[in-house]
Design a protein around this ligand. Structure first.
Ligand SMILES: [Zn+2]
Length: 445
């Protein structure tokens, strides 16, 4: 063992707050009371903001400008007095969040940049990335155990997702992980399916469109995915409609649940089998909903921007980070028995389709489209970028054995208009290009 490694190991120690709360690793899943979680949140924010004020000039200046000192934080409501953190403040400034020495940084992740602008770099010390992040678990929501074989079909390169689940499966759950990747130089659907056939995973995580791509490859190779008898198919990285999810569940022969997180914040929400909202990952994050215009914190049930404070990041603190995602919180108890409150995502304004002066979610339209048996698994909505759309144009493949015809296009148009009240036109293509990175369901022409 090298002396440097020994030196690093000696520094491994949980912060005081975590020592008090994580003596039982399924604590937050089923047993924690709201009061205890709130106490953990308050203790964490006090300790983390103190460290940020002491060791980080950027945070210190922000807090001074807002007229708040960490010592003044006495209740959880006082969190609202801390200044908000925006993506623009982080763009192009790799080291801005550090409260540690630069040499202590173990990992740098970069934003995949779907919203444009300069890169956002997220830095982690070994302590934050491994020790702290893996301390709490949600075994009831994310049941992965030693002995499980997990196919990780998320991107490892230029994305935080692949590595994050890799460490969760391998170190967190002590399961077996297969780093298949997604869309990288070597991670073709063909090769991934070969690994699935050879290694018979019982847990799979990937994006909805990649799960469909693997299903297509399986069909081509005449391999029955249902024979895997998966515990779960986990989906993340992009959304999909309930009807698209149901198609995946039928093909893969298992429940498909969503996981929500981001490069900047890590895990934020995990869906239970009810498929109705995400349970908040409250051991990892404090989530607030704010009015995007005024920055005021909104009441439970009101839709606003999701703001995140990480409870486990001490060396590169994330305090009141504006995610740009819209959603709302509902504290009504869930029938699954998990006590963590739930939140519901309401997408991004930028991804909406404009139609006659209003905006529509592509998932809303996809939901009706995927209920049409004649329609295949690959489709896109073709829209005008600069003006309102009078009709919604659908370009799609047809299901196996269905022949394209003008009559079918008319039939589908009228069925879609009957369900949604919106006029549609259909264009059938033999094959749409398959996605390499994120799937785009809305294309401009
Ligand atoms: Zn639930």
């Amino acid at each position: 063992m090298s002396s440097l490694f020994e030196k690093k190991l000696k520094k491994v120690r949980y912060p005081n707050v975590m020592m008090r709360y994580f003596n039982n690793n399924d604590y937050f899943d089923t047993k924690a009371t709201t009061k205890k979680i709130e106490q953990f949140h308050l203790d964490s924010i006090r300790e983390i903001s103190k460290k940020a004020y002491k060791d980080n000039e950027f945070y210190r200046n922000k807090m001074d400008q807002a007229g708040i000192h960490p010592n003044q934080i006495k209740t959880l409501e006082d969190l609202q007095r801390l200044p908000l953190l925006t993506k623009d403040e982080l763009r192009g400034k790799p080291y801005i969040l550090l409260t540690c020495e630069k040499e202590d940084i173990a990992l740098v992740q970069v934003s995949t940049g779907t919203t444009g602008g300069e890169e956002i770099y997220m830095m982690y010390t070994w302590n934050d990335y491994y020790l702290h992040d893996l301390a709490p678990r949600y075994p009831k929501l994310f049941p992965v155990d030693p002995g499980d074989v997990c196919l990780n079909g998320l991107p490892y390169e230029m994305s935080a997702a692949g590595l994050a689940f890799h460490k969760t499966f391998m170190e967190g759950c002590q399961a077996t992980v297969i780093p298949a990747g997604k869309g990288g130089a070597y991670s073709t659907p063909k090769k991934t399916l070969k690994m699935i056939r050879d290694l018979q995973p019982n847990v799979v995580i990937t994006s909805p469109s990649w799960a469909m791509l693997l299903a297509e490859e399986a069909e081509e190779q005449e391999f029955d995915l249902q024979s895997l008898q998966l515990k779960n198919l986990w989906l993340t990285g992009e959304g999909c409609s309930p009807a698209f999810r149901e198609r995946l569940e039928r093909i893969w022969g298992t429940t498909a649940n969503f996981f929500y997180g981001s490069l900047e914040c890590g895990v934020l929400g995990i869906e239970c089998d009810d498929h109705d909202g995400y349970h908040l990952a409250q051991a990892h994050a404090i989530v607030e909903i704010i009015d995007p215009e005024t920055g005021e914190v909104l009441e439970e049930g009101d839709i606003g921007e999701i703001v995140v404070t990480s409870t486990l990041r001490y060396d590169t603190p994330i305090i009141r980070f504006r995610t740009g995602d819209l959603g709302y919180i509902d504290k009504t108890p869930c029938s699954c028995g998990v006590t963590l409150p739930k939140f519901y995502l309401r997408g991004r304004v930028a991804d909406q389709i404009r139609y006659k002066g209003t905006t529509l979610s592509p998932f809303y339209l996809e939901e009706f489209l995927m209920r049409q048996q004649e329609v295949g698994n690959w489709f896109e909505f073709v829209v005008n970028e600069d003006s309102d759309n009078e009709v919604i144009r659908v370009r799609c493949e047809l299901a196996n054995g269905v022949r394209p015809s003008k009559e079918l296009a008319e039939q589908l148009s009228s069925k879609m208009e009957f369900s949604t009240g919106i006029p549609f036109t259909f264009e059938f293509v033999k094959q749409l290009p398959r996605p390499q990175g994120k799937t785009r369901r809305v294309v401009t022409e």
